[in-house]
Design a binder for this molecule. Structure first.
Ligand code: PEP
Ligand code: MN
Length: 266
């Protein structure tokens, strides 16, 4: 079945310095110093095209760090001004959208815990009606391709044509080396149904630990995905969230150097 989405090519909304597109940055913005220091080192590698940082963090259980909040938008904008990198944050409700738009965030992403909920997706999509901004939609936590497609359709119907999907793995009861099972067949199915849809892989949340990230990154490129979103922190050992899966900017740079990039046949 062909998906009927009206999608602009990635080149309409990003001029990637490098192919594939690399989005890097910490899981969470923690302090202004941490974000700026990480951003500067990432920018210095010359290998990343977009800076990410979560400021509203969905956590599985209460009582953990739930994101630094709106002040993080100021830090992100400072990082953008100092490095020239476009910035992206996760939005999970209409208020986040309103604040992110006011702060002129370049790209929004929708997290896996939001994609599972059509009410949430619709609320975010409605808040974006008439706004020309790129949106990247992570797959839902559970392996339900229809929910992922439904979210993409809701954004497209709200007029968002700069759309991309992010493949971040799926929850499973199976004992596994991965934090989230890649279940590549679901992403491949989406890519087959809508070949024009840019697809980015998030090896960090698939792997859950940094050692597996090179392997999953290469696999994603071999499957002809358009880019990678990789969590990077100036000092992963003290990261407030997802410490085990974050890599230093230097390690991210090495990882990218060691990828085999095959240019598709013309
Ligand atoms: C994140 O990107 O930091 C995040 C919370 O991811 P996910 O929605 O994939 O769990
Ligand atoms: Mn994370």
């Amino acid at each position: 079945m062909k998906l009927n989405l009206n999608i602009e090519p990635l080149s309409n909304w990003l001029t990637p310095k490098n192919q594939p597109l690399i989005i890097g940055g910490p899981c969470s913005a923690e302090t202004e110093e941490q974000l700026l220091a990480t951003a500067h080192l990432l920018a210095k590698t010359g290998k990343i095209s977009v800076l990410r940082a979560g400021i509203w963090k969905p956590r599985t259980r209460p009582g953990e760090f739930e994101g630094i909040g709106s002040i993080g938008l100021e830090w992100l904008n400072r990082a953008k001004a100092e490095t020239g990198l476009p910035i992206t944050v996760e939005v999970a409700n209409a208020k986040h959208v309103e604040e992110a738009l006011k702060a002129k965030v370049d790209i929004l992403w929708v997290g896996a815990r939001s994609t599972v909920n059509p009410f949430t997706v619709q609320e975010i999509a409605d808040a974006l009606r008439g706004v020309d901004i790129p949106v990247m939609v992570k797959n839902p936590v559970n392996p339900d391709l229809q929910l992922w497609i439904g979210a993409l359709e809701r954004f497209n119907q709200a007029g968002i044509t700069k759309l991309a999907a992010i493949s971040r793995g799926f929850s499973s009861f199976e004992k596994s080396a991965f934090r989230n099972e890649p279940m590549w067949e679901l992403t491949i199915q989406l890519m087959t149904m809508c070949p024009e849809l840019p697809v980015i892989c998030d090896p960090s949340h698939i792997c859950g630990n940094r050692d597996l990230i090179p392997y999953i990154s290469q696999k994603a490129l071999d499957l002809e995905m358009d880019g990678l979103m990789i969590e990077s922190h100036i000092d992963p050992s003290v990261a407030w969230t997802d410490a085990k899966q974050q890599v230093t900017p230097a390690a991210l740079s090495d990882l990218i150097d060691n990828l085999t990039i095959r240019t598709p046949e013309p």
